[in-house]
Write a new protein. Structure first.
Length: 60
């Protein structure tokens, strides 16, 4: 669970462009890039779905 949380927080920081170079290097030394790619895809899909739902609520 701790690894999942670390992948989530690192991906979230990178998603908003505030990930430090030291943290990025630490992450890729400790974990597979595949976990970060998968988390990035999941977060992007959640962002798009939440925006679609928000727009639908505003227009209704």
């Amino acid at each position: 669970m701790r690894v999942l949380w670390q992948v989530f927080t690192s991906t979230l920081a990178a998603f908003f462009g505030v990930q430090s170079n030291d943290n990025r290097q630490r992450d890729f030394q400790n974990h597979s890039p595949l976990a970060y790619i998968a988390m990035g895809i999941i977060m992007a899909v959640l962002l798009v779905v939440s925006l679609i739902l928000l727009v639908n609520q505003v227009l209704a």
